[in-house]
Design a protein around this ligand. Structure first.
Ligand code: NAD
Length: 456
């Protein structure tokens, strides 16, 4: 892959000479729009070249990126490599392998009364200049992954990393400037102030990942220009554990899915719904699974991460008061450590059930049965993910058809994200729009309908 892209030194020099620090948001967008207007971004070769640059950036700088992820979130190298690098590279490879066929115009059936020579088809049209705004929890993957789709669809891009994940954002920004022509992709670093300046510009699509409060700001700004938005937000993703579930296997999988990245994942299981007998069996199994995965002292385990900053640490430790820590509960502010925790005796009205947890705390809420679980889920905002552990197809079917969520995974939380053939996105409060693989191309393109009626 390395040899197939143009000389990075040339790219670096070109970039540095074209991005003076004083450049305004309007100038950045104007420059990128000028590139788009030349038509150069439409060619397949151009798109492939951009994707190969992205791939080379990740593969050639793996060590430095892993070190930055460790510095921000104490992500251990194996987890960070799988989730932030390999998964992103796999998405690039899938796009490279399929892009030409995805871009083929698709014929549409023409009603017979238009005659045999009339044809119609759909074609993907690039949108123009795209803004990608990323969060801190998967600071590399969630910055790069939308950019894959934006470039594959033939757009120019402004990439805005999160200012909170300082180390990863700094390294990723420097590398993006090094590997990309700034007239194709420009990185703008900063927080609310810089993002506000960007949002005052006219983009052709805005792709935002983060919390719903800022999501509303993004959407309001986009509305002024009728700019379409994708909002990848969060929420409280429930897990239903049915009485027929194998509690040991359930606990093992739940712990694996919940406590990765210290629970700071948009699709982490947020709370468990189970009847009292199932909950009583599950809690000791969760304790055993935490011990098996992180040992008796998770603080010294290299496999357990840290909370991003003091603000989130304080928010999370306050939530511990919402129940009884049946597992974990220990915390150390100096080390930004909160142990993998399972809270029981949780009142549905308590703070831990009012906001997305987004940390290493799993709440267990007792409900009478499946009917009560479905009612509980439907009384709340539509979550990003719904999970269940059961062997029963009837239970799955009821949950699937009687609740609404961004995605669903039976038997293995987070699996729906890892399958790039599936669309990934929220619904209602958990967001709008979808991406990954072919769905990213759709998100960052306009699907144009073309009718062709011959003159003779
Ligand atoms: P964050 O604080 O990094 O904010 C996200 C982005 O918004 C940053 O780039 C930040 O600079 C920008 N921003 C912050 N304030 C702004 C303002 N006033 N105006 C304009 N831009 C502003 O990340 P976060 O929001 O704390 O991220 C966590 C949330 O994101 C959780 O709710 C989580 O569930 C959600 N999330 C969703 C997904 C998904 O794919 N659906 C993935 C990761 C995180």
């Amino acid at each position: 892959m390395h040899q197939e892209r143009s000389n990075p030194m040339t790219t670096t020099q070109a970039t540095e000479s074209r991005t003076p620090r004083s450049e305004t948001a309007a100038e950045v967008v104007g420059r990128l729009r000028a590139t788009f207007n030349t038509g150069v971004t439409r060619g397949l070769d151009w798109r492939v070249d951009q994707l190969q640059r992205l791939r080379a950036l990740l593969v050639e700088n793996e060590q430095e990126l892993l070190e930055a992820l460790w510095a921000d979130l104490r992500k251990n190298a194996a987890e960070a490599k799988t989730q932030e690098i390999d998964f992103t590279v796999a998405d690039i490879d899938e796009t490279l392998a399929n892009l030409e066929s995805w871009l083929q115009p698709r014929p549409v059936e023409v009603p017979a009364h238009f005659g045999p020579t009339t044809t119609a088809y759909t074609t993907y049209d690039p949108l123009g200049v795209v803004l990608v705004i990323a969060p801190w929890n998967f600071p590399l993957h969630l910055l790069i992954d939308p950019v894959i789709g934006a470039l594959a669809a033939g757009n120019t891009v402004v990439a805005k990393p999160s200012e909170i994940s300082v180390h990863t954002s700094a390294v990723a920004s420097r590398l993006l400037r090094q590997y990309f022509d700034a007239d194709v992709l420009t990185v703008v670093e900063g927080g609310a102030e810089e993002t506000t300046a960007l949002l005052a510009q006219r983009f052709d699509h805005i792709f935002y990942t983060g919390n719903g409060a800022v999501g509303r700001i993004v959407m309001a700004a986009a509305a002024k220009n009728l700019t379409p938005v994708t909002l990848e937000l969060g929420g409280k993703s429930p897990v239903f554990v049915a009485p027929d579930a194998d509690v040991d296997e359930t606990a093992k999988r739940l712990v694996g899915a919940k406590f990765g990245n210290a629970g700071q994942q948009c699709i982490a299981p947020d709370y468990v719904l189970a009847d009292p007998a199932t909950a009583a069996a599950l809690v000791p199994a969760l304790r055993a699974a935490v011990d098996a995965q992180f040992g008796s002292s998770p603080q010294t385990s290299s496999g357990f991460g840290r909370i991003i900053n003091e603000r989130h640490f304080d928010r999370l430790t306050r939530l511990l008061d919402s129940g009884r820590a049946a597992v974990g509960g220990e915390h150390d502010r100096d080390d930004l450590f909160i142990a993998p925790t399972v809270l029981t005796d949780v009142d549905p009205a308590s703070p831990v059930m009012q906001e997305e947890i987004f940390g290493p705390i799993l709440a267990v809420v007792e409900v009478e049965d499946l009917d009560a679980a479905i009612a509980f889920i439907n009384e709340r905002d539509k979550p990003l993910a719904l999970y269940a552990f059961t062997e029963s197809e009837a239970v799955k079917s009821r949950l699937l058809n009687e609740t609404s969520s961004g995605g669903v995974a039976w038997g293995q939380p987070v699996m729906q994200l890892l399958m790039t053939g599936l669309p990934f996105g929220g619904v209602g409060e958990s967001g709008m729009g979808r991406y990954h693989g072919r769905y990213s191309l759709e998100t960052f393109s306009h699907l144009k309908g073309v009718a062709d009626v011959p003159l003779s």
